[in-house]
Write a protein that binds this ligand. Structure first.
Ligand SMILES: NC(=O)c1ccc[n+]([C@@H]2O[C@H](COP(=O)([O-])OP(=O)(O)OC[C@H]3O[C@@H](n4cnc5c(N)ncnc54)[C@H](OP(=O)(O)O)[C@@H]3O)[C@@H](O)[C@H]2O)c1
Length: 302
């Protein structure tokens, strides 16, 4: 197949493009350097190609408290990117299936995190703008499908982890932040201070598991939204203990800063639909995935 991937240089995009190319597909890799999606005309150079699939992964965001401090820019840039990609899809690539990425933080944390609730209630305040741009992306897919019959798939991943994460010093998703802090604590004797009381819980999905299931769903499933989670969550303390065990560092010396931003207390996607669609979806055990991620982080320190 001929596949266009936006956000191809990102954590997920790099892994997805590699896997698609390995499977024999022809992949056009777009990132902010070769195609700034905030400028609609930048997509014109792809008008002459006929793509079978468009994976729209590009998003302007960061982990940590970035969303708290950049809501205005996030609204403008992400709305521009999403609108430009969807308008171009409709105008120039109506034959392509568009596969987009949602976010678990688009859900109202007071409701069950099941697909029917994606647009219900209100996302958590600290991630409100980012979450709403993802909801609007989904609303765009629904609208273009309804009026023009375009084909889409909206995937909602939990936090992804594994080798290949950013090393440019930007704020990291919690699991990489934990690993880096514990590695530095072990290597340099730096105090390991984690945000919150450590009892907030999270789930993680191994990046290659996500790529595998996303590729599968991109063929088998259409005009739907599907959560892709692990189905089990762990507290930050449990993640920290597993990492300490692997690294050989005492978990007792970890300090918890209860004054810092922690986001939602709990975030675990309902994955009943995923299980029905891909009953044989096996995930790498957490201890194995963490081991691979720690090894990678040790060799690629920022
Ligand atoms: N990682 C996770 O745990 C996670 C969880 C849930 C959902 N998601 C979603 O999955 C997608 C991929 O996540 P990720 O972790 O791979 O993100 P990422 O590493 O931050 O990558 C973002 C990508 O978007 C591109 N981009 C940013 N601004 C752009 C612009 N103006 N024009 C064109 N491209 C632009 C970046 O290009 P440059 O490299 O050139 O800046 C990069 O390729 C995102 O939509 C994200 O919301 C991720």
């Amino acid at each position: 197949m001929k596949i266009l991937v936006t956000g191809a240089s990102g954590f997920l995009g790099t892994r997805l493009c590699g896997s698609l190319e390995e499977a024999g597909h022809i992949v056009a890799r777009l990132d902010s350097k070769n195609c700034d999606l905030a400028v609609a005309s930048n997509l014109d150079c792809y008008n002459g190609s006929r793509f079978d699939q468009i994976f729209h992964l590009a998003a302007w965001t960061r982990a940590g408290d970035f969303c708290l401090t950049h809501p205005g820019e996030q609204w403008i840039i992400n709305q521009q990117m999403n609108t430009n990609v969807l308008a171009w899809w409709h105008r120039c690539q109506p034959q392509a299936k568009l596969i987009s990425m949602g976010t678990s933080c688009a859900y109202d944390p007071r409701l069950e995190l099941v697909e029917e609730n994606y647009l219900a209630g209100k996302p958590i305040e600290s991630l409100f703008t980012y979450a709403m741009t993802k909801r609007m992306l989904y609303a765009g897919l629904l609208s273009l499908h309804q009026q023009f019959g375009l084909t889409y798939l909206h995937l909602v991943p939990s936090t992804l982890y594994g080798p290949g994460y950013h090393t440019d010093g930007r704020q990291m998703h919690f699991i990489f932040d934990l690993i880096q802090k514990i590695l530095r604590g072990k290597a340099y004797g730096e105090p390991v201070v984690l945000w919150g009381d450590g009892y907030q819980s999270r789930e993680v999905v191994y990046i290659d598991d996500f790529v595998r299931v996303a590729s599968r769903l991109s063929i088998d499933c259409e005009n739907d939204t599907v959560n892709v989670g692990a189905g089990t969550e762990f507290t930050i303390r449990q993640f920290a203990e597993l990492i300490c065990e692997y690294v050989g560092f005492s978990a007792d010396s970890i300090q918890y800063d209860t004054g810092r931003y922690v986001g939602a207390r709990s975030k675990c996607l309902s994955i009943g639909k995923l299980r029905r669609l891909v009953p044989q979806f096996g995930q790498v055990p957490l201890s194995v995935g963490l081991g691979r991620t720690i090894e990678w982080c040790q060799n690629h320190r920022s």
